[in-house]
Structures are given as C-alpha cells and as structure tokens.
Design a protein. Structure first.
Length: 328
C-alpha cells in the first residue's frame, strides 16, 4: 500500500509541477510545523504542534524519530542549540524551554523552562508560534491566541526577540497568527507574515541592535489568489534572496522575488495544508515541507494521502542557506 501511495504521489506531482519530485515523506502528524535543517548533523528537525512532540528525520536512513515533550501543550519550534549536542530550544505553550534529547528516545532527558511568557490579563491562553534565529543568535518568535472551534483569536498575539539572560523584547502586538519570519542575506531586511492578513510585510532590520523599522507591504497573496481559505503560513529564503511561502489550505508553495515582490512560480503539492518550509540536504538544494492533517477535510485525505507528513522535494533548482542555531 505504501509503495502504491508513493507512485501516486510521484505521478500526481509530475503532472502539475514539472521538474519537482517528492522523494519521500514522513508519517502523518496532526500539525507538522517548524522545519529546521541542522547542517551539522544533516538531519531535519520539526514539531507536531498539536501532538506536543519534537521530531528528527534522518534522510540517509529515511527514518523518523520523535519525542513527546508535554502531555498536551502545543509545541511550535525546535532549534538545536549551538555547541551543545542534544540540546534544543523548544517552545511549549507560552514557555521557552531547553530540551535535552538524544534524538532517538521517546521521552526527553530533561525539559527546563528558561522563559515563562506573561502577556497580561486576557491572554493567559496565548501560545508561542513560528520562530527563527537571526545572525546574532537571537530567537525571534511570535505568539497567537487560542484556537477554538477550528478558528483563531484575532489580534491577540505579538512578536518578540529573546536572548539568554535577558527579558523578552516585544516589537509589536495586534498579531493574529504570527508566522513566516525570515531575513535576507545581508540581514538588513526581515520578512514577516501575520497569516489572516494574507500579506507578507517587510521591515528594515538592524542586526547589531535587533531593531525593526519602516514596516511596509511586500506581497499581497490576494493579488495572486482570490479563493484563499486560510493564508500564507511559514516561509524560507534561498541564496538568491527569493522567498518560498507555504499557502495553508491552498496546497501550494509560492516562489516570490525577494527584491521586487514579483511572482516567480508556484509548486502544487500533494497536501492541502502545507505549513512551513526549509531548505536542506547535503547541498541545501532540497525543500522540506511540513503539513497539517488536522485541518485537511476528510474527503481530501483520500486524494492527498501525504497530508500531515513532511515532504522532501528534490530537483528544486536553487539552494538555501544554513539555518542559524539557537544560542542559549
């Protein structure tokens, strides 16, 4: 059965996205998110947000390992910590933790909370969401309100930067679902997504001081698509400074010129709800795409059997950049 599904996916993808090929995919998860390629170990790390677990995929073995880090709280990012083998920055609910994990066991050696975020009255149920590390080792991570009845809480979140031993710095609020942040090669621009706005914004970025300024619209997804149910989710950037953006609910990746904001191309996927993207592989020329099974309609699961899996796409034609480890 698994072989038949792989053949179906290869044929399906080749018909709609010539040149791209799904090499493999992981087991379906509730809400796959936060892919991070660790260039040192040549492994992919990601999370199952609703499954409260962190995952490691070894492409040489074509094998996935996972570890449950909480009974029920959402887990949104897992990023290896620089020069500390088996230690990871992991967001669990509204806590930033350091998780010690050997990469194979089903339970962690330890989970230590280093930041317990308090966003004030009325936001007790907020949680961390998407996050990445800048060129100085700061963790940038946003928050969002609780998801109830499959819907989000509007404008309850914020965007923060966090350095070890310091209080989190809030850069702005009134965010609904904080997602998709990434920097250009020079670290003088930061791209950002608040998913329900269906827009990508760009800031001028001061790497030395970790400061944002001059927020402006960079790309409006509704100018390209009108039948959007959700919106842009996670994104990454290639070595040409062009963006690759997951369209949650639309089953696509958009490739956008990172300098002009012009649409370059799309990749249609064998999942309806891609969540985020990371470049990986020995030469950083493969795309890893996490996805959600939770928001996939029952009738779509038969047509898109990879839903909830993490896709490995080859023949991309461009390379990414090495993802920064956390420095805690």
């Amino acid at each position: 059965m698994k072989i038949m599904l792989r053949v179906f996916l290869f044929v399906f993808l080749s018909k709609i996205s010539s040149g791209f090929e799904v090499k493999s995919w992981t087991e379906s998860r509730i809400l796959g998110e936060g892919p991070h390629w660790d260039d040192k170990s040549q492994n992919l790390y990601f999370v199952d947000d609703f499954g409260s677990s962190i995952h490691r995929y070894d492409p040489k073995e074509e094998k996935e390992y996972y570890c449950k880090v909480h009974e029920s709280a959402p887990v949104s990012i897992v990023i290896p910590i620089k020069d500390k083998p088996n230690e990871f920055a992991v967001t669990i609910g509204k806590n930033l933790t350091i998780v010690t994990w050997d990469g194979t066991s089903k339970t962690p050696e330890s989970v230590k909370t280093v930041v317990a975020l308090d966003e004030g009255p009325g936001k007790e149920e907020n949680q961390f969401n998407d996050g990445k590390v800048d060129g100085k080792g700061r963790l940038w991570v946003g928050t969002m309100g609780p998801v109830k009845n499959d819907d989000f809480t509007p404008t309850a979140g914020s965007l923060y930067s966090i350095e070890m031993g310091k209080e989190p710095v809030k850069h702005f609020d009134n965010v609904s679902i904080s997602n998709g942040l990434i920097w250009n090669q020079n670290y003088d621009k930061m791209f950002y997504i608040d998913s329900p706005t269906r827009k990508i914004d760009v800031f001028d970025f001061d790497l030395e001081n970790g400061a944002l300024s001059n927020r402006r619209l960079f790309f409006d997804v509704t100018d390209y698509l009108t039948d959007i149910k959700y919106g842009p989710d996670g994104m990454t950037i290639d070595d040409n400074d062009n963006l690759w953006v997951a369209l949650f609910g639309s089953g696509k990746i958009l490739n956008i010129n990172g300098k002009t904001g012009e649409f370059i191309k799309e990749i249609k996927l064998p999942v309806t709800c891609p969540t985020s993207i990371a470049f990986g592989g020995t030469h950083l020329d493969e795309l890893y795409v996490t996805s959600s099974a939770f928001f996939t309609k029952p009738e779509d699961k038969k047509l898109y059997p990879a839903s909830g899996g993490t896709l490995r796409i080859i023949h991309v034609g461009v390379k990414g950049r090495i993802a920064n480890p956390a420095q805690f």
